[in-house]
Design a protein around this ligand. Structure first.
Ligand SMILES: NC(=O)c1ccc[n+]([C@@H]2O[C@H](COP(=O)([O-])OP(=O)(O)OC[C@H]3O[C@@H](n4cnc5c(N)ncnc54)[C@H](OP(=O)(O)O)[C@@H]3O)[C@@H](O)[C@H]2O)c1
Length: 310
C-alpha cells in the first residue's frame, strides 16, 4: 500500500492507535499543528471533528480498520497509543504495524504502569514515553469528540519529550515537560483511585463530592494511595489529599469519569490500572491499604467478565 502519511522531508510521520475520546483529540491536535497522522481504529471513520476550548478541528483522515491495511504507512516516527489500559493486548497488532526500532511511542493512558504495560508488546529499546492525560474529552460518534476543559498532557522532560512537544507547537494541545513525572502520575492516580472509585460504586458523577461523608472517604483513600506513591519515589505532601479534594469539590460540575461511563454501559473498565494497581504495589512494600482494597474488590466484582458470586 502507498504511504499517505509520508509527509514532506523533515516532517514527522505520526500515527494514533485507538481514536476514542483521547486518541481523536490527539489526532486533531496533530492536524492542528500541520501534520497528517494516520489512525488505527477498531471502528474506522473518515472524518475527524473535535471541538475544544479554542475552536474546532475538522479534517478528512486516513483511518485503517485492521493492522494488515497499514502497509508502507508504518513504522512511523512517533506513535500515540490511546486505547484503554485493558485494551492494550488486543491492540498489539497495531503496535507491530506502527512501531519500529526508531519509533517513539507515547502512551496516553491512566495509571502509573505505562512502561511495564507496553514493554511486552514492543521490541527491546523502543523509546517509550508515558503520558499523564489531563484532557476532559467525551466521544459523540466515531472521530467526534468534545473537550470540555484545558487540553494538556504531561510527559517526562528530555530529548524524547522535546521531540513529542515539538510536534504540537502551535496546536491547541499543551504539552508539559516534567522533571518529576513519577510524582505527576501518582497525583493523577490519587484522584482517579478516589474520585473514579467512589463514583463508580455510587454510579454517579463528580457532584458526589458535595457530600461531606464522600469527601472524607475520598481523602482517606487518597492518603493510602499517597503512602504507596511515596514508597515508589513520588513526592506527595501530607496535605495534598485535602488540597486535591478542595479542587475536586470546586469542580463538581456533573462531569462523569470514563470509568463510570464504562460501568454504566456494562463494558469492562480500567479498574486494574486505576484501583487494582494501588493494592498490588502496596503489597510489594507491605503497606496496608484497606479502603483501596475494599474499593478495588467491589469494582472488580462488578466487572462484566466476572462471574456472579455463588
Ligand atoms: N476521556 C477522558 O476524558 C480521559 C481523561 C484522562 C485520561 N483518559 C485516559 O485515556 C485513555 C483513553 O481513554 P478514552 O477515554 O479515550 O477511551 P475511549 O474513548 O474508550 O477510546 C478508546 C479507543 O480505543 C479503541 N480501541 C479499543 N480496542 C482497540 C483495538 N484493539 N484496536 C484499535 N482500537 C481499539 C476504541 O475503539 P471503539 O471506537 O471501537 O470503542 C476507542 O476508539 C484511558 O487510559 C483513559 O483512562 C481519558
Amino acid at each position: 500500500m502507498t504511504s499517505t502519511n509520508n509527509d514532506d522531508a523533515g516532517v514527522a510521520r505520526t500515527a494514533v492507535i485507538g481514536p476514542g475520546a483521547i486518541g481523536s483529540t490527539i489526532a486533531a491536535a496533530l492536524v492542528d499543528a500541520g501534520h497528517r497522522p494516520v489512525i488505527g481504529a477498531r471502528t474506522p471513520f473518515e472524518r475527524l471533528a473535535v471541538r475544544h476550548g479554542e475552536g474546532v478541528v475538522e479534517a478528512k483522515v486516513t483511518c485503517f480498520g485492521s493492522p494488515s491495511e497499514v502497509g508502507d504507512n508504518g513504522p512511523v516516527d512517533v506513535a500515540f497509543l490511546a486505547v484503554k489500559a485493558h485494551q492494550t493486548e488486543a491492540a498489539a497488532g497495531w503496535l507491530d504495524a506502527f512501531v519500529g526500532p526508531t519509533t517513539t511511542l507515547v502512551i496516553l493512558q491512566n495509571g502509573v504502569e505505562h512502561i511495564e504495560r507496553l514493554e511486552p508488546f514492543v521490541a527491546d529499546g523502543v523509546d517509550l514515553v508515558p503520558a499523564v492525560v489531563a484532557l476532559p474529552a467525551t466521544r459523540g460518534g466515531p472521530g467526534q469528540v468534545a473537550v470540555t476543559g484545558r487540553s494538556r498532557i504531561t510527559i517526562p522532560a528530555g530529548p524524547s519529550g522535546d521531540r513529542v512537544a515539538g510536534l504540537f507547537a502551535e496546536s491547541f494541545l499543551n504539552v508539559k515537560l516534567s522533571d518529576d513525572w513519577t510524582t505527576d502520575a501518582w497525583i493523577k492516580l490519587m484522584m482517579n483511585a478516589a474520585s473514579g472509585g467512589l463514583c463508580t460504586l455510587a454510579r454517579t458523577d463528580n457532584r458526589v463530592f458535595a457530600d461531606e461523608q464522600a469527601t472524607h472517604l475520598a481523602i482517606d483513600v487518597m492518603n493510602e494511595v499517597a503512602e504507596v506513591g511515596r514508597a515508589y519515589g513520588a513526592r506527595l505532601a501530607t496535605d495534598l489529599p485535602d488540597r486535591i479534594m478542595t479542587g475536586l469539590a470546586a469542580q463538581a460540575s456533573g462531569h462523569m469519569s470514563s470509568i463510570v461511563v464504562d460501568r454504566i454501559n456494562g463494558v469492562p473498565t480500567e479498574w486494574d490500572a486505576r484501583n487494582g494497581v494501588v493494592c498490588r504495589l502496596a503489597a510489594r512494600h507491605g503497606i496496608d491499604v484497606p479502603l483501596n482494597q475494599m474499593l478495588t474488590t467491589l469494582i472488580r466484582i462488578g466487572e462484566p467478565s466476572t462471574p456472579p458470586p455463588t
